[in-house]
Structures are given as structure tokens and as C-alpha cells.
Ligand binder design. Structure first.
Ligand code: NAD
Length: 464
């Protein structure tokens, strides 16, 4: 019989972001005997996690942190001590998109991943299990291994695992507590398989056995990309259908209901909208087109998912301009919602950014409200200077009164609070005719029509 695996006692997580912190907080709460330290190069972020003003909003996260911080969960700028003491290191750094050469597409920028790998091998005097949790192109683990092997100290051999994260922002804590599956990919060597089992025994504390799936490294890396690409493709598919609905008089909600009733398809992720956003979908779809794979047809196939998404955003913005009598110059437009989806304050690649920029370029005066996005972030994303009282430049405000005097209300994020608004009062305060452009199909369109609004939604003809 094989000796029992050494239990994991200390974990260091590199990257205190949307993935690193919720994952670490959940492990700390479920494994009181494991000490977890999250490190980050951003001292400001670490200080914020150590305060009561956390740098990002995620339902349930603050509660978890208040239970575990200072007990077995720590946030630190010390990039050396926690790493040296750890048995296992999660790499949770950001992997943004990078353009490769002229016309050769885009893929993940692995600068941060390489920096983390070099830092680990420089610092560690004991063998570590190095776990790739960031989303990476297939075979990134090979690059990490190569960097580690070339720099390891004599007698110290690290092991690399792939354990991609599937959480969704806005439900990260719940997704981590009750994952559909946890993938762990490792090399087929004895050390590789031993490392897999040691990580399995961490998750096994709260994840049912049948949801812990082990596989080879490349399958694990690729599965994450395929999952995100198929989710993005589903959104682009229903959005493509929404354009056909608008052109023909079909209603995309009815179509989605009928299509989703097919048990082979299922009802989820079939909401037509102004387009998908977030830091992952576009990047992960484009990662299929990694230039070095030399699979141009495959790359083109997936790129069309992104192209359709761009088209959907511009189609929505153009509809606003055309319906406001072909000009928005000097017109006030209230934009409700700026985060890329509800229950997060994250604006990375939010479709609201493209829509707002298009309207600003056409001379509209915007007022943007989002319950979880600071006005400074909105200004930054829209390249807008601080408001100047004397100038009539696009004004951004976080007040809900942003609808006053507006020609149109535009819903860009599906925050639940928007359907509770008193649209009768809003209508009374707006310029006439008053328009609502519902980019998420979340409002009661019939009720809005009764109030007197002209209503436009995605994939539906209402009062045209
Ligand atoms: P993030 O930007 O929120 O956090 C990454 C953190 O890493 C930042 O705080 C950054 O300062 C830090 N960092 C960068 N380089 C570092 C280094 N060398 N040493 C220490 N810290 C460093 O990013 P995120 O949203 O948490 O995403 C992380 C990875 O997980 C990405 O690859 C992403 O694609 C993937 N992912 C994200 C989500 C999501 O919903 N955000 C879901 C699943 C997977």
C-alpha cells in the first residue's frame, strides 16, 4: 500500500483579485487547519483587503473574510515569507489580452504568469506544488515547467498542476462553495499524480467526490477555454437571433423559451442583450486562435463569436441614435448600469463602455449611474475629465436623478433595482418624447408603454 499523502498545511495565493481572494477565503473557511496567505504586488490592494473597505464587491465575500481574516486567512505584500513557507502556491494573476503582430489576432498576455513563475523559483528553497489557476492558453504549464526546471536549486523539484477556476463574478462565493466541477490536471508521473491527490484532498473537504475531476494538464487547461468560449458562443448565438427577431417581428424571449425547452439545449444563458463583457469571455475565445497553433479556420470560427458581440454593441448604440431622430448631439441620455453584469462592480470590457463612447462621440451628454461602480471609474473608462461646471461636456453622476431632463434612459446592466424604479415619476421629469432602451430586457415593457414611453428592447418590436 502507498503511504498516505502529506496533507497541505500552508497555501500561498499569488494575486489578490476576483479569483485569488474568493478562492482563498473559501479554502480558509472550509479548511481551518490550512493557513492561506494571499500576496499581491499592489500594496494598495493588500491594504484594502486588510481594511473594511474591500477593493471589489462580491456577494457574501466580506462575511467570509470577516470570519477568517487574521485566523487562517492573511493578506500580505511580503512576496517572500508566505511563499517560502507554503506547500502549495496558487497562481491567480491577471492574464489580459495581447495583440500578436499585424492581423494575427490576440491571445492572453502571459507576462504576469511568467513573472510569478520566476518569482516562485527564485524564492523557494523547498519543493512546491505550483497550481495554475489563472486562465491560460493550452500548454502554458509547459512554459511554467520550463522556467522552473531551468532555475531550480539543486535537489528542489517543483510540480505544476492546472486547476482552472470556473467561478463567475457576482456569484463567486456560491460557485466556489458548490462548484459544478473542479478540474485538476497533472503530469502522469508519480510526482504529478501525488500532487494531484494532495490538491484533491483540499477540495474533498467540501466538494463531492464525483465533482472532483482529474485529467491531464492540457485537457484541464483547454477545458476552461472551451467552456468559456461555448458560453460566449451561446450569447452571440442568441444575440444573432435577436437581430433576426427585430427584422422580422419575432420576439427573442419567446424564441429563447421555445429553444431552451429542448433538453439538449437547456434554458440558461439564452438572454439576448447588448452584448457580453467582462475580462474573460473575449480573451478566452481569442485564445483558441493562438497564432502559434496555425489553425486559421478554427481561429476564424471562434473569432466570429467576438465579431458578432462587437456588432451587437454597435447595433444597440446605433439604434439609440437612429431612434432619437438620427442625432443625439446635445441630448441628455441617462445610462443605468455600467458594470459588465449585475452583482459586480467590475467594468472590464463592459459593453456599456462601447455604447457610451459611441454616444459621446456623437455629442450626447451622458449621465451614468451604477450602484457598485464609482464615478471616478466610469470617467476613467470613458476617458472623461473631471466635470467642469462651466463646460457642457458629458456629465457623469452617480445620482439616480440622472434621468431628469433626459431624452432617453438606457439600461446597460441588469441590476434588479432598475425594475423597481418609479418610471411614472421618471417619465414626468424627462424630455418628450421619452425613450427607454432596455439593453437587458429586464423592464416591464408593457407598463412602460402604458406610461407613455417609447420603448426599445433587444430582439423585440414593441411600439415601432
Ligand atoms: P485581477 O486583475 O482581479 O487580479 C489579479 C491580481 O494579480 C491583481 O491584483 C494583480 O495586482 C496581481 N498580480 C499581477 N502580477 C502579479 C505578480 N507577479 N505577483 C503578485 N501579484 C500579481 O484578475 P482576476 O479577475 O482575479 O483573474 C485572474 C485570472 O483568473 C485570469 O487569468 C482570469 O482570466 C482568470 N479567471 C477570472 C475569472 C473572473 O471572473 N474574474 C473567473 C475565472 C478565471
Amino acid at each position: 500500500t502507498r503511504p498516505p499523502h502529506q496533507p497541505i498545511r500552508r497555501i500561498c495565493c499569488i494575486g489578490a483579485g476576483y479569483v485569488g481572494v474568493p478562492s482563498s477565503a473559501v479554502i480558509a473557511s472550509k479548511c481551518p487547519d490550512i493557513d492561506v496567505t494571499v500576496v499581491d504586488i499592489s500594496a494598495a490592494k493588500v491594504a484594502a483587503w486588510n481594511s473594511d473597505r474591500h477593493p471589489l464587491y462580491e456577494p457574501g465575500l466580506s462575511e467570509l473574510i470577516s470570519q477568517t481574516r487574521g485566523v487562517n486567512l492573511h493578506f500580505s505584500c511580503d512576496m517572500i515569507g508566505p511563499l517560502e513557507g507554503a506547500d502549495l502556491v496558487f497562481i491567480c494573476v491577471n492574464t489580459p489580452t495581447k495583440a500578436y503582430g499585424l492581423g494575427q489576432g490576440k491571445a492572453a498576455d502571459l507576462t504576469t504568469l511568467e513573472a510569478a513563475a520566476r518569482h516562485i523559483v527564485r524564492t523557494a528553497s523547498q519543493p512546491k506544488i505550483v497550481v495554475e489557476k489563472s486562465t491560460v492558453p493550452v500548454r502554458a504549464a509547459e512554459s511554467i515547467c520550463t522556467i522552473l526546471r531551468a532555475n531550480e536549486r539543486p535537489g528542489v523539484r517543483h510540480t505544476v498542476l492546472s486547476n482552472p477556476e470556473f467561478l463567475a463574478e457576482g456569484s463567486a462565493v456560491q460557485d466556489l462553495l458548490r462548484p459544478d466541477r473542479v478540474l485538476i490536471g497533472g503530469e502522469r508521473t508519480d510526482e504529478g499524480q501525488e500532487a494531484v491527490q494532495r490538491l484533491v484532498s483540499v477540495y474533498a473537504r467540501w466538494v463531492p467526490k464525483e465533482r472532483l475531476v482529474t485529467m491531464n494538464l492540457w485537457s484541464s487547461e483547454l477545458s476552461k477555454l472551451v467552456a468559456n468560449a461555448m458560453l460566449a458562443q451561446r450569447i452571440s448565438s442568441i444575440n444573432a437571433a435577436s437581430a433576426i427577431c427585430e427584422a422580422t417581428g419575432a420576439d427573442v424571449s419567446e424564441v429563447a423559451l421555445a429553444v431552451g425547452a429542448d433538453s439538449r439545449i437547456g434554458p440558461r444563458f439564452l438572454c439576448a442583450s447588448l452584448g457580453f463583457g467582462g475580462s474573460c469571455f473575449q480573451k478566452d475565445v481569442l485564445n483558441f486562435g493562438v497564432p502559434c497553433l496555425n489553425l486559421p479556420e478554427v481561429a476564424r470560427y471562434w473569432e466570429s463569436v467576438v465579431t458578432l458581440n462587437q456588432y451587437q454593441k454597435y447595433r444597440f448604440a446605433d439604434k439609440i441614435i437612429v431612434d432619437l431622430f438620427n442625432t443625439v448631439k446635445g441630448k441628455r441620455i441617462a445610462v443605468l448600469g455600467f458594470a459588465f453584469k449585475k452583482d459586480t462592480g467590475d467594468t472590464r470590457e463592459s459593453p456599456a463602455i462601447d455604447v457610451c463612447r459611441r454616444l459621446i462621440d456623437e455629442g450626447a451628454l451622458l449621465r451614468v449611474y451604477d450602484p457598485k461602480v464609482a464615478s471616478s471609474q466610469i470617467r476613467l473608462d470613458l476617458n472623461q475629465p473631471e466635470p467642469d461646471e462651466a463646460s457642457d461636456a458629458a456629465v457623469l453622476t452617480v445620482r439616480l436623478l440622472s434621468c431628469e431632463g433626459a431624452h432617453a434612459v438606457v439600461i446597460c446592466t441588469e441590476w434588479s433595482e432598475f425594475s423597481q424604479l418609479d418610471f411614472g415619476r421618471i417619465f414626468a421629469s424627462m424630455a418628450k418624447p421619452a425613450f427607454v432602451f432596455d439593453g437587458r430586457n429586464v423592464l416591464d415593457h408593457e407598463a412602460l408603454l402604458r406610461i407613455g414611453f417609447r420603448v426599445r428592447a433587444v430582439g423585440k418590436r414593441l411600439d415601432c
